[in-house]
Design a protein. Structure first.
Length: 387
């Protein structure tokens, strides 16, 4: 679409010049057939020989913008652009398994914060975030898209979804309102504001947004379906979604749109509802990505209340790193670490100790093969091991 957009005008001009050239060359031939004359024939032949030079000059001048556009697109091409669009499409459709499957087909180590954000959401919704997080390239900024100095429209749109799922309804409303104010009209933002008012129990306000959304040809059916649900009741999955968010959202007196850090926001959501599993797993993911293993160990106490049968593997690995840094194995008695995880950690430490400037490549390759998707590797090297 970008190539068509930028190439339309110069390509049209080129075709116009070529068309005129062909027409002007065919005109003497028609005259030749209608009025055969030796003098005119020679004049036509001479004209025929001289014509290509100015035509080629015009064609070259017209083709220059196309060449420059093509060169600009080639050198500025981001290989993640298509992946970004595809992942966004899957996330809108809540096709979480397809996001993860698509990510596995990308070149090793390929990612960007936006794509990474979708992968983290997909891992959470498939119950794999505390287990398989480092099976994919991870970027600390991907969790809440903190890489932009000035937040873009697409970042606001993504974060609006994430905050709404977390139960931070006030922040989601703020972001959707900013999108609407900045864009003048944005159907996705209008739909989100309708949902936010439904969750808050403000049905009449939701109707105002949905009636505005009905004017959008693409989103008309969605608006009509939600208006029907307001009158006749929501489907079981929609009702469960609304109830879950209502159980996590802050009370009316909570501002919820200040300058709190990510950790403060997620901790406040957990204080509001200790059973907010998404807030818990995102808080632990934040600690994993930033290497705060002491806080991983401190928050493991929440697992029982959230219904975990055992400590997830990545949390176990972080706890072992923390206990080792404290130099006291007696601390292990406070945790129920699986023996297999402890044995893997011992093997990782032993192999890592053999790393030196002379065998670095060989040992690093072995570490990647055996431990590249573990938190042991990420904590030690600051990235996911890529084979």
């Amino acid at each position: 679409m970008v190539v068509i957009l930028y190439g339309f005008v110069p390509l049209s001009a080129l075709l116009l010049f070529l068309g005129k050239a062909v027409f002007s060359r065919s005109e003497p031939r028609r005259r030749k057939r209608s009025k055969p004359s030796r003098g005119k024939k020679k004049h036509g032949a001479a004209a025929k020989k001289k014509l290509p030079l100015p035509v080629l000059g015009k064609a070259a001048a017209t083709a220059l913008p196309i060449i420059l556009t093509a060169a600009g697109l080639y050198f500025s091409h981001d290989p993640m652009t298509r992946a970004f669009v595809v992942a966004h499409d899957y996330s809108v459709g809540r096709q979480w398994d397809r996001i993860l499957g698509f990510s596995r087909r990308l070149p090793k180590g390929t990612s960007n914060p936006h794509f990474n954000h979708d992968v983290i959401r997909a891992l959470y919704h498939t119950d794999r975030l505390p287990y398989d997080m480092f099976n994919f390239p991870m970027l600390p900024h991907g969790l809440f898209l903190t890489h932009e100095k000035k937040v873009s429209y697409l970042t606001q749109l993504r974060l609006c979804d994430t905050f709404l799922e977390l139960g931070h309804v006030n922040m989601a409303e703020k972001l959707a309102s900013e999108i609407l104010a900045g864009k003048g009209h944005s159907a996705p933002a209008v739909e989100k504001l309708a949902w936010i008012n439904i969750i808050k129990g403000q049905g009449e306000t939701a109707r105002i947004y949905l009636n505005a959304l009905r004017k959008d040809l693409v989103h008309r059916k969605t608006a009509e379906a939600l208006l029907g649900a307001l009158d006749n009741g929501f489907a079981p999955d929609q009702a469960a979604y609304i109830d879950r968010i209502r159980s996590c959202m802050f009370g009316e007196g909570h501002p919820g749109t200040g300058t709190d850090s990510i950790e403060q926001i997620l901790t406040a959501l957990l204080d509001r509802n200790p059973r907010n599993k998404m807030a818990f797993e995102y808080l632990m993911a934040c600690y994993l990505l930033t290497g705060q293993v002491d806080k991983i160990a401190a928050n493991v106490r929440r697992l029982d209340e959230l219904g975990y049968q055992a400590i997830p593997t990545l949390y176990e690995e972080a706890i072992l790193i923390y206990v080792n840094s404290q130099g006291s194995r007696s601390d292990l008695n406070r945790f129920r670490i699986k023996r297999a995880t402890m044995e893997r950690y011992v093997k990782f430490v032993q192999l890592k100790r053999t790393l030196n400037p002379y065998n670095r490549q060989a040992v690093l390759r072995q570490l990647i093969v055996e431990f590249g998707t573990s938190y042991f590797f990420y904590f030690s090297f600051g990235c996911v091991g890529v084979t």
